[in-house]
Ligand binder design. Structure first.
Ligand SMILES: C[S@@+](CC[C@H](N)C(=O)[O-])C[C@H]1O[C@@H](n2cnc3c(N)ncnc32)[C@H](O)[C@@H]1O
Length: 180
């Protein structure tokens, strides 16, 4: 099955008879365009769910190795099966708590997609900045949520970042690392 068809199936399956909080086709298109333009070598994704956004990232940036981390839930086995179905060979899944795991990672990751529990974004921010090289991009989903007020405030105040909240659906925040 092609990746486009698989993504369509995952979109349909995420909202019929159950709810899976995938970023969806509109923000997914922006995410894929950003990954395509950025041409990253290494991508870090925090928050996998069924692997929908992971597959977008791995497909639109085929030159990149994608490490996706999830604490684990009822969708974990499904994500692994979806990675197999995608035929993509540039995805590594790791089951771990992103807050602990990002502290252990060595960078650089030139593209990071942040999509874990919303109240935990601020807790991983410093490690995400550490892992990014100059010109590395941090993309945070659901950025218009009130739970992300503190995260956006921290990003805006941080001199190492150029931060922009893009008002697409429930928001995507882009933070470009401009200096160490
Ligand atoms: C919104 S879903 C991810 C959706 C996915 N990025 C997409 O757009 O297809 C959030 C995921 O983050 C995971 N998660 C929440 N807190 C986490 C943490 N501290 N560490 C790792 N994963 C976490 C949940 O288990 C869940 O699968």
């Amino acid at each position: 099955m092609g990746v486009a068809k698989l993504l369509e199936e995952l979109e349909a399956g995420a909202s019929s008879g159950r709810y899976v909080p995938i970023c969806g086709p509109v923000k997914g298109k922006l995410l894929g365009m950003l990954a395509s333009i950025a041409r990253p070598k290494k991508i870090l994704e925090l928050g996998t769910a069924i692997g929908y956004s992971t597959i977008i990232l791995a497909h639109t940036a085929p030159q990149a190795k994608v490490l996706t981390i999830d604490i684990g839930n009822e969708w974990t086995e499904e994500a692994k099966a979806n990675f197999k179905k995608s035929g993509l060979d540039n995805i590594e899944f790791r089951q771990a708590d992103a807050i602990k795991e990002t502290k252990k990672l060595k960078g650089p990751y030139d593209f990071i997609f942040l999509d874990i529990a919303k109240e935990q974004y601020a807790a991983v921010l410093e490690d995400c900045i550490r892992l990014l090289p100059a010109n590395g991009l941090l993309v945070a989903d659901n950025a218009s949520w009130k739970e992300l007020k503190e995260y956006n405030r921290l990003c805006l105040a941080d001199k190492r970042l150029r931060h922009l909240l893009v008002p697409i659906e429930d928001g995507m925040a882009l933070s470009l690392k401009v200096s160490d």
